[in-house]
Design a binder for this molecule. Structure first.
Ligand code: ZN
Length: 245
């Protein structure tokens, strides 16, 4: 039996909430409206911790509200910020794999594009059978039988690092194409790096003449994070005048 305070047994609502996740919240580029995914102009942050929600709203705008989810991050803040300053510890904090999820919500195909990589997949290390070109991979994803990028970025807020670790997950193919640059820039810094996490506007006209616009996540590595992350940071424009690494 876990040792408990009888005082809090009498008033369980007063007991501090224990969160099982390693992360205090998630930055999201979209939301579901009437079951349809909608991309957003500014970051949407979800968390289960009212203190984190309040801190995010104070820094980035918006106000905490509840949203429908079966997960523990039941609070969301629709911020007005499309660029936030974050600290990424190293290149390992930006992970990539290709994933296809099955009806049970569990991944049924996890690969690096060439071989299976799932930890408990008996096929781990064997060729996964995905096609070679991005065009064919995207077609397979669209048809529902091929995996898509599963990119995860773990970071702290540069202006409030003590708040804890957040993460951002994306399935963006165009973000995937930029990963090699991001990894190289993070390796050049060689330690915790100050970065801009942005939602970038992408606009183009299709061959059929349809105007398309959406936002995609982007990371710009600015330079080394200050040693004492609780200390005030240079403003971004000042930091931009310095050599990047
Ligand atoms: Zn594969």
């Amino acid at each position: 039996m876990a040792r408990t305070l009888r005082i809090l047994d009498q008033d369980p609502e007063a007991r501090p909430k224990v969160f099982t996740s390693d992360y205090v919240g998630r930055f999201r580029a979209g939301q579901q409206i009437d079951d349809l995914p909608v991309s957003l102009d500014a970051w949407r942050v979800t968390t289960g911790d009212p203190d984190v929600a309040a801190a995010v709203a104070e820094r980035f705008g918006g106000s905490p509200q509840e949203w429908q989810t079966s997960k523990e991050d039941n609070l969301e803040v629709l911020t007005t910020a499309n660029s936030v300053r974050v600290i990424i510890d190293n290149a390992d904090a930006v992970s990539f794999r290709m994933a296809l999820y099955g009806a049970t919500g569990k991944p049924i195909h996890l690969c690096d594009g060439v071989e299976f990589v799932g930890d408990d997949d008996p096929r781990r290390g064997q060729p996964c059978g995905c096609p070679a070109t991005l065009v064919e991979r995207k077609a397979a994803e669209k048809a529902g039988y091929g995996p898509k990028p599963d990119i995860r970025v773990v970071f702290r807020l540069a202006d409030d690092a003590a708040l804890g670790k957040f993460r951002m997950m994306t399935g963006s193919w165009s973000f995937m194409k930029e990963l090699e640059t991001v990894w190289a820039d993070l390796d050049s810094v060689g330690g915790p790096a100050l970065c801009e996490l942005r939602l970038e506007l992408v606009e183009f006209t299709t061959k059929k003449g349809v105007d398309v616009s959406f936002r995609k996540p982007a990371i710009k590595v600015v330079g080394r994070a200050p040693e004492n992350t609780d200390a005030p940071l240079l403003s971004l424009s000042q930091a931009g005048d310095e050599p990047p690494f």
